[in-house]
Design a protein around this ligand. Structure first.
Ligand code: SF4
Ligand code: SF3
Length: 543
């Protein structure tokens, strides 16, 4: 075995990628990511044992968040960039150990592995399989994957200038706990729920950052067609990159299209003023193979999900920024004020042809909490009159497995008196189906990106209040969530923390959950895998 990773839903055989990632991650990148995590754990060990106040080490907090984000599925495939991040983290770790007179001698703090060879060798002994007990390993990784998702959301909020040292304090607590052999499985289960609690905090922080800077998402028709101008495609989740790109392309004759998880940018009032923000191009992340060939212009990845380009021509048009990276593709770094210079992308766009039209028409979205609250009277009325029997929260991730056709079929076969609440790239399985409306409310309500699952939770809590219920599970809401990467893990943990029971999770349960951990999740929270479309609809409608 040369590497081991089982953090995403598409892991090889459902158990682990051992030679090369199904995602395209190679052994070297996988091992460097393992080592980067280990250095972060070392920093956490120093913070916890020396009782350092995270509010006093802002730069370290930021770099730990960034490091965790870098290791998310499909974010960064660039071994050189990850090696550089490891070296930077060594410096922060060693400086902190010195300043705080750390003297516990944990290997995660004291080790040094400088060159690539040494790093890869060290990584062999600190990866996932270093934890021998299967259940402890499963819980440790569940926490780590939750932290990765949480870190991604916290980093987006940070880019807008919002941070919370309490979130970083928890990140250190949890990272350090994954090094602590004295913790029991019960301790780790409790920490898993606490990870969900801080997931809610991170998503709330990001929601506040996004809405205070860009306004509240509102109902919006997003164009799927193209114009005959040169153009840039922007993918990923970071809205500050979106803002800077729109500012820098304004008046240049270069259009901007969103891709994948950037679609919800159209819902924010602040971006509607840009005449050159034309529409959304293509579908969920995995369909970029094929779609990018037709786009012709440069593509900016602000975060996950990158798919290794199949043709060299597409690779010449890819740029990355933030936590994302791809070998051989230019990476744009922010200056100390956070400003990024996208002029190279704009100049490239000017020389390339306009995109081919691959779709026409429009889709509607923008149903985050404020917009739904504005429709609250209609929604409550529809429930009271029986026009709406049930809501289905179907957010999360999309992926390439054929088994995900389940979600399209599920959406198609749901009775007409149901409404789908969605967020994340999972929506691409059903957001173009034309499922109609109920009394002016579209049957698919897209709140936004995966982090906007927070909005779905806020909506559920509001309905609980309106209907004067004492338990969120008494609402006519069913949860049928699709997962792929670690942001969906934190969304799941957040829902568990909020008390949501009987979540169905698919298309498969995580390979990193051991049978005993699955049993805890089933017994305590009623988590279940998906079954057949008909059986599941029956089950949900009659629950
Ligand atoms: Fe495999 Fe997923 Fe890890 Fe990639 S991220 S190596 S596909 S488990
Ligand atoms: Fe999608 Fe990668 Fe998870 Fe933000 S873009 S939801 S998979």
């Amino acid at each position: 075995m040369s590497m081991f990773c089982y953090q995403c839903q598409e892991t090889a055989r459902g158990t682990g990628c051992e030679i090369k990632g199904v995602c395209g991650k190679n052994e070297e990148v996988a091992k460097l990511q393992d080592l980067l995590l280990y250095v972060c754990k070392g920093i956490a060990e120093i913070v916890i044992t020396t009782k350092t106040d995270p509010a006093t080490i802002a730069q370290t907090n930021h770099e730990v968040l960034r490091s965790l984000f870098i290791t998310i599925t499909n974010a960064n495939f660039d071994a050189d960039a990850i090696e550089k991040q490891i070296l930077d983290m060594y410096e922060l770790r060693d400086q902190l150990a010195k300043e705080k007179s750390y003297n516990n001698n944990h290997d995660a703090v004291t080790f040094t592995a400088k060159g690539r060879e040494e790093m890869l060798l060290k990584a062999d002994s600190v990866g996932v399989l270093a934890t021998k007990n299967e259940d402890v390993r499963s819980l440790r990784e569940l926490i780590i994957y939750g932290l990765k998702g949480l870190a991604a959301y916290a980093e987006h909020a940070l880019n807008i200038g919002k941070e919370d040292a309490e979130i970083s304090a928890f990140v250190y607590e949890a990272l350090a706990a994954t090094l602590d052999d004295s913790l029991s499985a019960d301790n780790l289960v409790a920490l898993t729920l606490k990870t969900g609690e801080f997931g809610v905090k991170a998503m709330a922080l990001l929601d506040d950052a996004n809405t205070s800077k860009y306004g509240h998402p509102e109902m919006t028709n997003v164009n799927l067609g193209v114009r005959n101008h040169p153009a840039i495609l922007i993918s990923g989740h970071d809205l500050t990159d979106m803002e800077q790109l729109l500012e820098q392309t304004k008046g240049t004759g270069v259009d901007v299209y969103t891709h994948g998880e950037m679609l919800p940018a159209h819902y924010y009032p602040a971006f509607k003023k840009y005449e050159n923000l034309v529409g959304n191009y293509g579908n969920a992340w995995w369909m970029q193979v094929g779609e990018f060939e037709h786009f012709h212009g440069p593509i900016l990845f602000t975060t996950n999900c990158i798919v290794p380009p199949k043709t060299p021509e597409v690779a010449t048009r890819i740029f990355t920024t933030g936590a994302s990276g791809y070998p051989g593709c230019p990476h744009i770094v922010a200056d100390e004020t956070g400003k990024k210079d996208f002029s190279a992308i704009i100049e490239m766009a000017k020389k390339l042809q306009a995109p081919d039209e691959i779709e026409t028409g429009s889709i509607v979205g923008g149903f985050a909490h404020n917009q739904v609250f504005a429709l609250a009277d209609k929604v409550v009325e529809a429930v009271k009159t029986g026009a709406v029997k049930k809501f289905f929260v179907m957010g999360g991730c999309d992926g390439r497995m054929k088994s995900r056709e389940y979600y399209t079929e599920f959406a198609k076969k749901l009775p007409n008196d149901t409404i789908i609440l969605t967020a994340g790239c999972a929506k691409y399985r059903y957001n173009k189906l034309q499922l109609g409306e109920i009394g002016g409310i579209p049957r698919v309500l897209d709140a936004g990106q995966c982090n906007d699952s927070y909005s779905l939770a806020v909506i559920a809590l509001k309905l609980k209040e309106i209907f004067e219920l004492d338990d969120i599970n008494k609402l006519p809401i069913a949860f049928n969530i699709a997962w792929y990467e670690q942001k969906a893990v934190i969304v799941l943990l957040a829902l568990l923390y909020l008390g949501v029971k009987n979540i169905h999770l698919g298309p498969t349960l995580p390979g990193f959950l051991s049978p005993n951990v699955v049993k805890v999740l089933v017994d305590t929270f009623g988590i279940a895998p998906i079954g057949s479309v008909e059986e599941d609809i029956d089950l949900f409608m009659n629950a």
